[in-house]
Design a protein around this ligand. Sequence first.
Ligand SMILES: Cc1cc2nc3c(=O)[nH]c(=O)nc-3n(C[C@H](O)[C@H](O)[C@H](O)COP(=O)(O)O)c2cc1C
Length: 325
Amino acid sequence: MKTRITELFGIEHPIIQGGMHFVGLAELAAAVSNAGGLGIITALTQKTPKDLANEIARCKDMTDKPIGVNLTFLPTFSAPPYPEYIDAIVKGGVKIVETAGRSPEAYMPLLKDAGIKVIHKCTSVRHSLKAEKIGCDAVSVDGFECGGHPGEDDIPNMILLPRAAEELTVPFVASGGIGNGQQLAASLALGADGINMGTRFMVTKEAPVHQNVKDAIVKASELDTRLIMRPLRNTERVLNNPAVEKVIEIEREKGANTKIEDIVDLVGGVYPKVMQKGDVDVGAWSCGMVAGLIHDVPSCKELIDRIMGDAEEIIQGRLAKMLSA
Ligand SMILES: Cc1cc2nc3c(=O)[nH]c(=O)nc-3n(C[C@H](O)[C@H](O)[C@H](O)COP(=O)(O)O)c2cc1C
């Protein structure tokens, strides 16, 4: 399949693996890229820019295909040394960066001067247009269904994607809630040039996370995610568990006066414990509603081949037959 996204990034299939804290390591990114998609290493999971340089080198030992790096600009007290992380990306020969969180505007000259293609992930049409205006090459449009941070507008992809298609000139991918070929075909029909998946790629053989995490998602239904940190305007969609219920209870009690300090033990620093040790109930961790569509743990190649095969069958078979009938 050829779309503006496969052309832009030089990849075989229009499928991107979004950056994921403590999940987007070299093994997963290489497996996705080797399967013809675009694998992405998550920069800030690496403690230092030097660690990121090592992770990029490790990934490049496992694949010759294009890979990307995710740079997340989050509201933190002390900002990580982004220019040094970008230096590691440039010196590592990576040509694609997925930005997310805040606008990448301040870093665009650094990235563009190094010949890097930037895909900015955001949750609204207005932020997508801003990304286009500041020179991003593509946008990842993340709907309300998504695992992680859906923003505060609560617009699902059935509306958000065609609205993006009305306004954007640069190519965009559909992100959030996607896990199968029907949804790829639907995303293309709604105007997107491909898809970005997080949660679905977490439940693959190569995802370097504890089996308990994969089992928890397979077991979960589409009803099992919750939104937390809404009073902080930093809403996150997470898999429900006793720690999340506690967060919700605190937020209900404190309302608009909730402070990060009230919940920090339940939301901060939990990723290594969850992803590496398999302590899935220790705190809140991102997971999308697509959990309801995840029933197995395939390899990245099996998953991508299945998605492409199903999408092609829907477009050429099911939909074409409706027209010719
Ligand atoms: C466990 C997990 C961790 C994530 N961490 C990040 C991150 O560090 N930076 C980022 O930009 N997006 C992050 N995301 C969001 C994904 O890149 C992607 O946009 C999102 O998962 C898409 O929604 P989906 O899960 O429904 O596919 C994370 C998602 C998950 C599930």
